[in-house]
Design a binder for this molecule. Sequence first.
Ligand SMILES: C[S@@+](CC[C@H](N)C(=O)[O-])C[C@H]1O[C@@H](n2cnc3c(N)ncnc32)[C@H](O)[C@@H]1O
Length: 275
Amino acid sequence: MMKVHPFVTKDGSSTLFSKRYNQYYHNPNGALSESQTVFIKRLNIEAFLQAHDGELRVFEMGFGTGLNFLLAAQAFLKDKPDLESNASRALHFYSVEANPISAEITASFQYPIDWQRNSMRNWIFTSLDGLKKGWNHHQPDEDIPIFLHLYWGNIQEINELHPQGQCIDFYFHDPFSIQQNPECWTPSIFESYKKWGNPHAKLSTYAAATQIRAAMAVAGWQVYKAIGVLGKKEMTMASLEKLPDIVLQEQQLKACDLQRLTQRWDAGDWNRSDN
Ligand SMILES: C[S@@+](CC[C@H](N)C(=O)[O-])C[C@H]1O[C@@H](n2cnc3c(N)ncnc32)[C@H](O)[C@@H]1O
């Protein structure tokens, strides 16, 4: 289990500090605000749910406190709370965690949000309680079609994600920073994402380093600069298909020069110690 200390961020929501990585799990200026902005809003999850009446499949890198899972579930339940009217609707949330936190520590978590279901306060405890190595499949409430597929292990161990092939709609790329967690920011990770994603898959992350954008470009993603929040100037969004100009304008995204990023990667710009 990961050695962590609870910490309340500036928007009143909980996060953890990891001694091992010497880093917070979220932006100390606001854990809830960060997760909402970087993943739920930037990837337009609510608009996607309104447009698609079927299954939503998300893959998250780094389950951590489980906050992103709760927020995806919140968006799913908010869209059409009357789930019985459509049997094909479901949220499948895939996540991977090398060092799970203890289930007990989740009792200290507080979030200034009205959850769609009261039982959601307990979902992360029940997701982590009795976790075993490898895949764990969990349906927190049996009357709600929300499924957590949580892999306890290293992301590099996962080859095939789903027997039916390409299925992921959205990637929440949320490891620690590239300085602390370099193995999670390589082209091979983003190549796996491409393999597991449907042709319209999109990815979002809080990070903005040119090196991570180059790793995405090398793996075949369209890469976009996005506006930052909570003290960060920029963040990054990526898409498997090229986004039309109108979408870039609406979402205030700026396309990165993929050729230049790939050239710099191939020239070994980030193999040097001065970068
Ligand atoms: C920034 S925290 C995640 C925050 C999380 N999404 C949340 O909402 O709390 C990064 C997480 O990635 C996990 N992690 C780091 N390297 C990993 C790897 N190679 N494979 C799987 N998980 C990893 C860490 O243990 C940590 O829980």
